[in-house]
Design a protein around this ligand. Sequence first.
Ligand code: GLN
Length: 471
Amino acid sequence: MKTFDAIKADLASGAATCVQVTRQYLDAIERQKDLNAFLAVFPERTLSQADLIDKKIAAGTAGPLAGMVIAVKDVICMQNERVSCGSKILKNFISLYDATVIRRLQDADALLIGKCNMDEFAMGSSTENSAFGRVKLPQDRDRVPGGSSGGSAVAVTSGMSTASLGSDTGGSIRQPAAFCGICGLKPTYGRVSRYGLVAYASSFDSIGPFALTVKDIASVLQVIAGYDPKDSTSADIPIPDYNSSLTRNVRGLRIGLPKEYFGSALNEEIKSSVEKSIDILRKNGAIIKEVSLPHTEYTIAAYYILATAEASSNLARFDGARYGYRSDDADTLSAMYVKSRSEGFGPEVKRRIMLGTYVLSSGYYDAYYRKGQKVRRLIQQDFFEAFNEVDCLITPTSPTTSFKAGEKMDDPLQMYLSDIYTTSANLAGIPGISIPCGNDSKGLPIGLQIMGPQFGEPLILRIADFLEHQK
Ligand code: GLN
């Protein structure tokens, strides 16, 4: 497994070409098919692109990501390729255009090798909700890689791509990064264009990278960040130089530990690993302070009310008329809608649509949706107040390490509760990164989360990079 720096060194010294690098990744994908991380692989297209980029490198005209091989979650559109969202309803749907992130990666000469498996419509925390079979954790194939971007996380952790793109609505980049032992960043809402990302919950969704190192995360973010006239929620704020923020110095930084995130739900081994990293920061001059996010206990409830409400609206467009799957056994228009949706969506997506429709329905709107919005504001306020006292927050990424496949499938509430430490960043619109922080006694990776204020990516990347270099 190589970092982008190592690949760049090989390319510069002539030890490898982009074509050879691509071949190695294609071989790794072929050898590890049983992990079920990919839904589509583009060998010819990627090899011919690699050949072109080798020529550009020789001519000195290559872009910043030349030689980086990237896998893309199958919820992000690539022109003329299928975008299934892990769903039967879009099984045969071909995208008409490129997402802005895809365009930007291509313009930077990254190589896009394939599309990754995921929980259907990004709903889930284990990648067991895919219509195309579950993704396996490479470290223990009976376990889950986390979700919903499980395929993208596995692609990186098992050497099938240098980096990958996922989407994070409530933790879907950070939690699989934690379960797989790699880095995953959910940027500030609006930092990266969502144009071409199939919507789950539009006010929460963000696209972000997975990689082996924080530096590689910074390199991808550098390319995909920025204003996009095609996404009215993207922010027109200058893009800092992320790599230059990796100063390896944490002296004087004020780091908050939200006391609500270290309570009894947290596994002891995870707690002590995270505390070890905190000690390292303290010894290196960071100021560690306990803070409170008093509305934490309402996070999961608010998230699952608001996200399902948005999902029920966003997924209304999949009705058999225009997109993807249409039942062929319907003789009236309304039967076509009902049958196409009943046959096309899986059980978790149906559960979310029904929950979302319920909380929006007249009579329940005030009790659930409106109240959920008010609670969201209080949760945001908790963070804004905490960031008056400290520069960033450190928490565990997930209350447990990877669990066994099937363990939570019959108990949606248990599955939802595993998002306890990640959904808050989406409710508040702030950035969060998960980095590896040791293993538990079973040898399973543990993740540490760093959250910062809006557009505080330089700071959280700096702390993450510092910790990465302490081993
Ligand atoms: N697990 C959460 C959910 O199912 C988050 C998913 C995500 O971030 N896409 O909603």
